[in-house]
Design a protein around this ligand. Structure first.
Ligand code: AMP
Ligand code: MG
Length: 436
């Protein structure tokens, strides 16, 4: 029987460690540079040549011999003009200057630039240099950004726009990165109603509610830089859940489902994952967790073999897909994603492993609570105070169905088990959106 254990309340850090313990980066692929924003590079990229490739001027002005400017103002003979992109044909001799534009190569003989603002036109063919210039002034040496042979971008780097620019500057058109995980998202629940594709509002029959989790999760997955795959709504039957999970195992690198993980009569997600893990055997596993947090206590964490074309890795071993049976309550679902699923998805995408980082903030109000064995994750808005410190203020209703309060929050405040804390005390917050 593969791992299939019903846990008692598990501290968050332990649950995160368990979730991340099997996560490995996805196999690297080579993709066009312009598609690589946010990806993690999978190899060191060395500069095959100097950047810049030749010494050039950083300013518009005159290329001169610095020795000629001693005792400035001095007058020099202008023997040419150099634009960016031009190749120098004449050298700068003693007593001479070449007019030069930013980016143009330094001509032979010249060692510095007199900027145009500090020169005066005199008679045709002459220029007056007003200041002495020092050797090398305003000259950008070949290789002064990145030298030939130097590692321009290390493996493991998150490719920001500026790093993509660096790769372009060393001529890398295709870049080897960890593939972005394809993350499937499904909502389970017989009470759920799909949005009207025509923009109307479908009326709700008795007992029905609208599916908000799938839309919020699909967007969250995209926001975090992964590829989102909409796996739709799933009815509360064992067959329906099995069919959709199997489809997900053929199409996705990770799966998020919501609902059906509590203690209810029709909570099939854990049953289905446990059955599939049993059938798969070997290293497949399912953990039915009660994480010591509020909200988002229940979580089913599965590792099941990929099906179909993507089933194996190069070593011939079968590839295991992480599945997160997130709670159905909308706030719990998003909180569980942040603290449990996101760290695993980040590892798949090649990011350094680790729990999500928190930052300290001053409690703007009292955060009283009662001891219950759980870490409370309070939805807060975090902003800067005049003294440069962050402060955290709870946003709206804090019950696990009150999504409006979650929407106003840009962080989750960690209020440890106990009686809470008073306004002015410092707590750790986990950013879940832009701070400001
Ligand atoms: P469950 O975990 O399936 O027992 O669901 C817990 C609560 O969350 C119930 O009140 C559900 O109606 C609600 N819920 C479950 N799935 C969704 C969803 N996709 N969107 C909005 N609410 C949901
Ligand atoms: Mg349900």
């Amino acid at each position: 029987m593969p791992g299939h254990d019903y846990e008692t309340l598990m501290p968050l850090a332990e649950a995160q460690e368990l979730a991340m313990s099997r996560a490995r980066p996805l196999r690297p692929v080579r993709i066009p540079l312009d598609d690589a924003l946010g990806c993690v590079s999978a190899e060191d990229v060395r500069a095959p040549e100097d950047v810049p490739p030749f010494a050039n001027t950083a300013m518009d002005g005159y290329a001169v011999r610095s020795a000629d400017t001693v005792g400035a103002p001095v007058e020099l003979d202008v023997v040419g003009v150099l634009a960016a992109g031009a190749a120098p044909t004449v050298a700068v001799g003693s007593g001479q200057a070449i007019q030069i534009m930013t980016g143009a190569p330094m001509p032979e003989g010249a060692d510095s630039i007199a900027i145009v603002e500090r020169t005066e036109a005199v008679e045709a063919g002459k220029v007056r240099i007003l200041d002495e210039v020092t050797p090398g002034l305003h000259v950008r040496a070949a290789g002064s950004d990145i030298g030939a042979g130097v590692v321009a971008v290390r493996g493991g780097t998150v490719l920001t726009p500026a790093y993509l620019g660096v790769l372009a500057s060393v001529g890398t058109g295709l870049v080897r990165v960890h593939r972005k995980p394809r993350v499937g998202v499904m909502s389970t629940g017989d009470e759920l109603v799909e949005l009207d594709p025509d923009g109307g509002t479908r009326s709700l029959a008795a007992g029905q509610i609208r599916d908000s989790n799938r839309h919020a999760l699909l967007a969250t997955v995209r926001r975090d830089g992964f590829e989102a795959v909409d796996l739709g709504l799933v009815a509360d039957t064992e067959d329906a859940v099995t069919e959709r999970v199997e489809r997900a195992l053929a199409e996705c690198d990770a799966v998020l489902s919501t609902g059906g993980v509590s203690m209810g009569e029709f909570d099939y997600v854990k049953v289905v994952l446990a059955n599939l893990a049993s059938a798969a055997g070997g290293d497949a596993a399912v953990h039915v967790l009660q994480v010591a947090i509020r909200p988002a206590k229940p979580l089913v964490l599965g590792w099941l073999p990929a099906l179909g074309a993507g089933a194996g890795d190069p070593g011939g071993r079968r590839r295991l897909i992480p599945l997160f049976g997130l709670p159905g309550n909308p706030v719990s679902c998003l909180v569980s994603y942040q603290v449990m699923a996101l760290p695993v998805l980040r590892v798949l995408a090649g990011h350094r492993a680790g729990p999500p980082p928190t930052v300290p903030a001053v409690a703007a109000e009292d955060f009283w609570r009662h001891p219950d064995g759980k870490l409370h994750l309070v939805r807060v808005h975090v902003g800067w105070r005049d003294d440069g410190r962050l402060e955290a203020r709870p946003t709206g209703g804090q019950m696990s169905h009150q999504l409006a309060g979650m929407a106003m929050a840009n962080a989750l405040a960690m209020v440890p088990d106990g009686d809470g804390l008073a306004a002015g005390e410092v707590l750790e917050v986990l950013p879940v959106g832009p701070i400001g």
